[in-house]
Design a protein around this ligand. Structure first.
Ligand SMILES: Nc1ncnc2c1ncn2[C@@H]1O[C@H](COP(=O)(O)OP(=O)(O)OP(=O)(O)O)[C@@H](O)[C@H]1O
Ligand SMILES: [Mg+2]
Length: 206
């Protein structure tokens, strides 16, 4: 399962979501690896720092590039979560090879414009879902973001597939870089949703 985490915007929790979802998968005995497809190397940095701290991540994190990604074959025996760079050709390649695309976004209506731009280049038959993260539930911005994602009322509006699970703003998650955090928080629920959606997809019921 090739599962890229993409967004044309930087700092929307792509790396954090890649590592936490891989952690959740690993702790649920789902074979998983992370491919670091961002020259910033934050996923690799996370893995090395965790190793140095004596709490190595329980899954491999490998560096990749456009050429390797292009050649990544479908493989149902494991999940390959790809931490993509926020710009460049890598996003197109990730979309092309993806079996399932995750688009993390903040709870800002402005950031949703970027999500829409990404959605516009994803072929309609490609399974994908938006994950709202770093959210502050009791704010107007959060309410607006969810309403815009789910909007089918306005002319031309199209609801965007999204995780029901929302990842709130959490200091623990913010500080998790370089460790193998013991608590998965809402990422545990996001993992279950993802697993169920992939199962539906395989049965052809999605
Ligand atoms: N749920 C959360 N609550 C609070 N802070 C968070 C949460 N998730 C991520 N962060 C913080 O948000 C920042 C951006 O996250 P991250 O580096 O994962 O984004 P990114 O999309 O990979 O960025 P880039 O485009 O630079 O690769 C980091 O400082 C991270 O620690
Ligand atoms: Mg990143």
């Amino acid at each position: 399962m090739r599962i890229p985490i993409i967004n044309a915007k930087g700092g929307v929790t792509k790396t954090t979501s890649a590592i936490y979802l891989a952690l959740a998968a690993s702790r649920n005995d789902q074979p998983v690896e992370v491919l670091d497809a961002d020259v910033q190397g934050h996923a690799s940095l996370w893995a090395y720092a965790a190793e140095d701290a004596g709490t190595p991540l329980p899954f491999p994190v490998a560096i990749t590039n456009i050429v390797n990604l292009e050649r990544l074959k479908p493989d149902d025996s494991k999940w390959t979560i790809i931490d993509a760079a926020p710009s460049g050709k890598i996003i197109d390649v990730c979309i092309r090879i993806a079996d399932y695309i995750i688009i993390p976004t903040s709870d800002s209506p402005m950031d949703l414009q970027q999500v829409r731009a990404v959605m516009d280049i994803i072929p309609p038959e490609k399974p994908c879902a938006v994950l709202v993260t770093r959210a502050q539930r009791n704010t107007r911005a959060f309410g607006q973001t969810v309403a815009m994602l789910d909007d089918t009322e306005h002319q031309g509006a199209q609801a965007m597939p999204r995780f029901e699970t929302v990842i709130p703003m959490r200091q623990d998650i913010k500080r998790a870089m370089g460790s193998a955090p013991s608590k998965l928080y809402e990422y545990g629920d996001a993992y279950v949703e993802l697993k169920e959606d992939i199962a539906r997809m395989k049965e052809g019921n999605r």
